[in-house]
Ligand binder design. Sequence first.
Ligand code: ADP
Ligand code: GLC
Length: 475
Amino acid sequence: MQAKMDIIHISAECYPVAKAGGLGDVVGSLPRFQNELGHHSKVLMPMYRTPYLYAHDWEVVHKASTNLGHWWFDYTVIKEKTNVQGFELFLIDINGLLDREKVYGYEDDTERFSAFQIAAVHWMNTWNALPQVVHVHDHHAALVPFMMQHCYAFKRLQYIPTVLTIHNAQYQGSFSWEKTLYIPQWDSWKRGLLEWKGSINPLASGIKCSWKVTTVSNSYLHELRHMSNGLEPLFEYEKGKCTGILNGIDYTVWNPENDKYLTEHFSVQDAEAGKEKNKGILCERFGLDPQKPLFIFIGRLVGEKGADLLPQAIADSFKFIGRKMNFLVLGNGNAATESQLTMLQSIAQADYNVFIGYDETLSHQMYAGADFLVMPSRVEPCGLNQLYAMRYGTIPVVRSTGGLKDTVIDVGDPGGYGITYNDATVGDITHGIYRAVSLYNQKEIFRSIREKIMDLDFSWHRSAAEYVSLYQSFQ
Ligand code: ADP
Ligand code: GLC
């Protein structure tokens, strides 16, 4: 029996408390699976004004004051009383700074997440029993390892092992040296551990200071050495401490047999009928034809996801393949892409629809009712959509990059079950759609692939255990 470990995850997101993307899903489930392995894993995140906050009971566990540069602030740590998520959940409340409706997107995000991290470390510094691992996620928490090791006030924490998981290296949280006072009094010989290309770069600092760095797939880790928004040499230099650990998915939330967002449940045994019912509901709501294969896209409408290529790829599919399929898009983000996708409705009419916005319920209904999921990502550190889609019997049509490369094997290759293409271009996407329509018309093969993907195992058990063995390498 392995020794029980105390682990704290520090993150800006955690589903269902607050989620902007896959980071929330991961931090909302990984700790529970670590606890199931017999460890004591908990989560610390900012207190936003989300519906979750009002729907649960909280107790105050700590109150204190500290400072962000010249600004003194009070913070309160509250804990969800019942551990309903399967782990202890702590929120840091900083009045006026963190308690907003959205997770990100404010002008003072640098101040918000700097203050959050200072309060996190300030609070941990008061604990009698220190954790065995501090596991931080993405740039919003990536200054924590530096603060623990090189800020004079927190020296007590300096020997605690730290792990940084990079879910997305595009965003690094850089800010100018003019804000150097945002880091509590620190050893100025260590300036190099904060800096990257002339700025304070939290993600780069996390990579330099964490004991281990993980990325959410192996292929993404290799890609980062060639393409990581300026950090390429750092990933090359630090490769010895980096590992790729593929995300899992939480089958207690993502299961077509009992998904709380679906009215028509199904399993692999009755997938054909179950998916048909779900498709019928979707097509009715969005004015689409259930006889045709239904392609969906769900995600942030940003360049990384290749969302800007969708309007042309959809228009070209109609032009070159014919009106043989339906498309339904759910997403929000880039204003130009949003408006192109909206305008496409007038030319595509009955074979296309779009929902601009974020809608958790609709996303589940779409995974359940669709035949194919299109994911033309330029960058995809892991990607959860394709894993959810497969669980719900929806075949992924993806660009082979990052986590998509590690989880989707092309039907043309041995053991394959998806459709892949090499480039994030309109031509490659359209060709992928063409292959998918042909597959749809080969009913027997289509059905057997659908059954196969529903049975693939991408559960958290394997990944949660991999993280634990990484932590155990510190002992
Ligand atoms: P990323 O974190 O880069 O956005 P992932 O594939 O890891 O990409 O995770 C995206 C998560 O966010 C999935 O759970 C997906 O269903 C969800 N999602 C993305 N956009 C939307 C949206 N507009 N409405 C509902 N869910 C969405
Ligand atoms: C990021 C990535 C995505 C990954 C998610 C969870 O947002 O863009 O690919 O699945 O984090 O790790």
